[in-house]
Design a protein. Structure first.
Ligand SMILES: [Zn+2]
Length: 774
């Protein structure tokens, strides 16, 4: 509601705006860049309010503002619910501007990749000593000396330098081509993780922060500093620093064990070198370029490893069931003995720690910090979705069973009337190829890596108002790696850099992921540090006869992970703790999932494809089929995601759940396809030890938001619409974790999020909505 307009001595405009409690806190701040607050809660409404509105008074704050520039778009008659959005749209922290232009920027890349194993060891020790020194200083000061500078700022500053140095030491474990460096880096990670636990359990530091909170006047801190303060106290309580010393000691020792176990769990998987030898006949159905890329054994058999670029194509295309069975079984038996033992210990220790902290289950402990809040909310979400998807899954299963029957008859194989785990991907792929008639082998010829990269980078640059520049001759950790610098197109200012490390090699991290390496935040001297991230993936390698040709799902992964890179680079938080993807874990996937939509839309697809030999565009017909095939196997694919999410929830809500048994039970119950006897999928489930404990549901949960954002804005206003892209950059990417996800979403959507677009995208009916047209 806007009631009074007048020019003031401040050359501003006085206005009354109603701000709901869910709005970003800095909009209520007295030193917000767009406005100055005159007073809080006007004593009485400036004009009589209709009865219905009066009931909302509790949730609305009414502010009088002096706006620093006239609100050209501000419509005096606009509805109160919108008026704060208009105000927000003028606020650089919310929308409009995407850069923190008030702060000088430091474009230095502080990272280095030339350390020897020995240097890693020495520097780890030094880093621990230097950082501990700061904590000691903060923790030993007299209470009367405690100030913002001596406590919060000191901790924030050391966090910036520590994060960068830590990444230099622990990132090589995932990517270094040298085994001794990987081992030294893993050792460094273990030492630093133990040190992290020590520092997180510093009661002396915690007590000074609590003291500061009691002492400091709330309005004297900038909103993000206030959030930082509150977060540190929350984290302190979540570590039990308010509990008796004895309990704290127990928690500390559990935390240390947990971090070591997690490192070992994933290291075992990364370092797994299992391979299976097969003859060419046993690999029937796989394309020539795939077979030619395989190494040979001494007796001239072909080596199939269990890395993604071997595993997925084989399960999809090999028409010899016995080969698929062997590979699927080996894949789900990776590190079975050692990781099974680790997992058992992990789950028990997590439950013990959560109980010491007063939580019923580990899931409840974890979820307190997420959008979902409780394990009950997660269970309801997953159960309802499973229920809705069940009929679709049954239909799809019947279809693939028919395909299997037909194939068995064609190839003269015995038909056992069942779908096995090793049949799933094979027949799901057949559904795409026969029902949707998408020939993946033909399609990939249009996705050479270079063309995809050029198209993808082009789309991101245009959409988000950025320019990328390849840095020739940059120092990197392997010859495959490229480094790009990123500028804001409008101002020309460098905002960050990213590394692309796209092909598999021995000992390298086995999945696709984005690693934040240098947080974009303020440094000790107040200058802004540029953000640097690395995208690490395992895409199909070039062969002597063909360049790297990407499967369409690899293109999707590329878009997804690059979305995380953009999140890291575009955020303009003040504190490292809120930089980049440091948002709620069940929201963190939403920004990159939203950007996956571009690989299912005609215009972007054409921009990132070209036949590797003829240079021709993807034929219209193939393109249409591909886009339609997005609906293929939705039921089974999502039911499998629910199985994984529920295994994760079960392990972290029940005591004594047997991982392999629980997985087998859920596969049968929800997916209707049994797990292969003797396998132990949870022992290979890296997420359980990779920071996603009790949070795997987040992939589906955040899809609700990603679909809502895409359909509400981009699909309506144009998928390559620059204005929406910039809104997206400023409202969703820019804040990092400095705002609650719910507030960012509200700002971008102009309303609270809804589930409709998500359900429609899964092929489900929503009352009052049309099915999606694709
Ligand atoms: Zn992701």
């Amino acid at each position: 509601m806007s009631t009074a307009w007048c020019q003031t001595a401040f050359h501003g405009v006085v206005s009354v705006v109603e701000v709901p409690r869910g709005a970003p806190t800095h909009l209520r701040d007295n030193r917000a860049p767009t406005h100055r607050r005159l007073r809080l809660r006007t004593a009485a409404p400036l004009r009589p309010r209709p009865r219905a509105r009066r009931t909302r008074r509790r949730t609305l704050l009414r502010f009088v503002f002096i706006l620093r520039r006239p609100l050209g778009r501000f419509d005096p008659e606009c509805r109160p619910a919108q008026s704060w959005l208009v105000l927000a749209s003028l606020c650089p922290a919310c929308a409009g501007d995407v850069l923190d232009t008030a702060t000088p920027c430091s474009v230095v890349n502080y990272l280095r990749w030339d350390l020897s194993a020995q240097q890693i060891e020495v520097l780890t020790k030094e880093l621990i000593e230097q950082t501990k020194h700061v904590y000691d200083k903060v923790g030993s000061q007299k209470f009367e000396d405690v100030s913002y500078e001596s406590t919060l700022k000191a901790l924030a500053d050391v966090e910036v330098s520590y994060t960068v140095q830590r990444n230099i030491l622990d990132f090589p474990q995932h990517v270094s081509p040298a085994k001794d460096i990987r081992s030294a880096s893993t050792e460094a990670d273990k030492k630093l993780s133990e040190f992290d636990v020590e520092m997180s359990m510093r009661q002396d530091v915690y007590q000074r922060i609590v003291w500061l909170q009691e002492k400091v006047e709330k309005d004297s801190l900038r909103p993000e500093a206030q959030r930082y303060l509150e977060r540190l106290i929350k984290l302190g309580r979540r570590n039990g620093l308010h509990l008796p010393k004895e309990t704290q000691e127990k928690i500390k020792s559990i935390k240390k064990k947990l971090s070591l176990l997690c490192i070992d769990f994933n290291k075992n998987l990364n370092e797994d070198t299992t391979f299976l030898p097969f003859t060419r006949e046993e690999l029937g159905g796989l394309p020539e370029d795939f077979l030619n890329s395989l190494e040979k054994t001494v007796d001239d058999k072909l080596k199939v490893t269990l890395k993604y670029p071997h595993y997925f194509p084989l399960l999809k295309k090999c028409h010899v069931p016995e080969t698929r069975r062997k590979v699927e079984e080996a894949f789900n038996c990776r590190c079975k003995e050692e990781n099974c033992a680790i997992l058992k210990e992990l789950v028990a220790l997590r439950a013990q720690k959560s109980s010491l902290l007063g939580f019923r289950t580990h899931a409840d402990y974890v979820l307190e910090m997420n959008m979902a809040k409780t394990s009950q909310a997660v269970a309801t979400f997953l159960d309802e979705l499973a229920q809705k998807l069940k009929p679709l899954g049954e239909q799809e299963r019947a279809v693939i069973l028919e395909l299997k029957k037909a194939e068995c008859a064609r190839r003269g194989l015995a038909f056992d009337g069942r779908i096995h785990a090793w049949d799933m991907r094979y027949y799901m792929n057949q559904v795409e190829e026969t029902r949707f008639r998408v020939d993946q082998n033909l399609l990939k010829e249009y996705f050479p890596m270079q063309v995809v990269t050029r198209g993808l980078l082009g789309i991101y640059q245009e959409l988000l108002g950025l320019t990328f520049h390849l840095e020739e001759g940059a120092t990197v950790w392997h010859e495959d790696v490229r480094l790009y610098s990123v500028r804001d197109a409008a101002s020309g200012e460098v905002i960050g850099k990213f590394y692309l490390d796209l092909y598999p090699r021995e000992g390298k991290y086995g999945h696709a992921a984005c690693f934040g390496l240098q947080p974009g935040c303020l440094r000790q001297d107040g200058s802004r540090q540029i953000a640097i991230a690395a995208m690490v993936a395992n895409f199909t390698k070039p062969t002597p006869d063909a360049p790297s040709l990407l499967q369409h799902d690899e293109v999707e992964t590329y878009f997804h992970e690059f979305g995380h890179v953009m999140h890291q680079l575009c955020s303009q938080a003040e504190f490292a703790m809120f930089s980049g993807t440091h948002v709620e874990r069940d929201f963190v996937e939403a920004p990159s999932q939203m950007l996956e939509n571009w690989v299912w839309e005609k215009e972007p697809l054409l921009r990132m494809s070209q036949h590797y030999r003829t240079g021709s565009a993807v034929p219209q017909e193939l393109l249409d089929k591909l886009i339609k095939s997005r609906q293929a196997n939705t039921g089974l694919f999502n039911l499998r995601q629910i199985v994984l999410a529920k295994v994760d929830q079960a392990l972290h809500t029940q005591t004594d759940a047997d991982p392999a048994k629980e997985y087998a039970r859920l596969c049968q119950e929800i997916l209707g396809v049994p797990a292969t006897p003797g396998t132990n999928m949870p022992a290979t489930f890296g997420h359980l030890a990779g920071g996603y404990d009790a949070q795997y549901y987040g992939y589906l949960w955040s899809e609700v938001y990603s679909m809502d954002m895409f359909h509400t804005r981009f699909k309506q206003e144009g998928v390559l619409n620059r204005k929406v892209g910039m809104d997206y950059r400023s409202t969703i990417l820019r804040p990092g974790g400095s705002e609650d996800a719910s507030a960012m979403l509200k700002l971008f959507l102009g309303r609270d999020p809804r589930q409709d677009a998500f359900l429609l995208s899964k092929g489900l009916q929503v009352e009052g909505s049309e099915p999606p047209s694709c």
